[in-house]
Design a protein around this ligand. Structure first.
Ligand code: IMP
Ligand code: MG
Length: 176
């Protein structure tokens, strides 16, 4: 399917404001603790880069990537690491940074896996929470924006690897 148009949903200015608000909450909640902040590649790279620049908790940073196999655009919950975390997470306060939580299956798997490594605490920050699409029980601790449905791109999010570089978030309109 070809992309007909992109309609702006969240401006770069609104993203900047919201990321600052989330960082302020995280700074408050994690003061004085040993924090590891994990970036879920590829989609979270831009949100992660902006968020960690606002953190004042002296965090350690690491990166991971998971592949999720599913039919159509629905993830199946069968998930595997294509790049694992390299830091030891045992005893640490771990914050996962993700671009978007849709059905929640990918994050449910990932959080269970990370939790099994003996972390002291585990929380999730997601730029976008598609809360109505949730099929598993998963709460986002730091949610940037809540949207009902629709496919979005930009600010790290892609449609077939396109549009990740855009500074705002856009709804994709496809040709019939
Ligand atoms: P879930 O397992 O259904 O929660 O799938 C989450 C993953 O699907 C996200 O990490 C994204 O990679 C992708 N995804 C879900 N919705 C969108 C969207 O609107 N735009 C871009 N990627 C999306
Ligand atoms: Mg993702």
């Amino acid at each position: 399917m070809r992309v007909k148009a992109l309609r702006e949903l969240i401006s770069p200015q609104a993203l900047d404001r919201r990321v600052r608000e989330l960082a302020a909450r995280i700074n408050e909640d994690y003061r004085g603790r040993d924090v590891i902040v994990l970036c879920v590649l590829n989609g979270a790279f831009m949100f992660f880069a902006d968020l960690v620049r606002r953190l004042e908790v002296d965090p350690l940073l690491d990166f991971l990537r998971v592949a999720s196999y599913g039919k159509n655009d629905e993830s199946s919950g069968t998930v595997s690491f294509t790049k694992d975390v390299e830091l030891s997470l045992a005893g640490k306060d771990v914050l996962i940074v993700e671009d978007i939580v849709d059905t929640g299956r990918t994050m449910a798997f990932l959080m269970e896996e990370i939790r099994s490594r003996g972390v002291n605490s585990l929380r999730l920050a997601a730029l976008v929470d598609k809360v109505e699409r949730r099929t598993v029980n998963l709460a986002v601790d730091y949610a940037g924006f809540t949207i009902p449905s629709g496919f979005i791109v930009g600010y790290g999010l892609d449609y077939a690897e396109r549009f990740r570089e855009l500074p705002g978030i856009y709804v994709v309109e496809l040709e019939e």
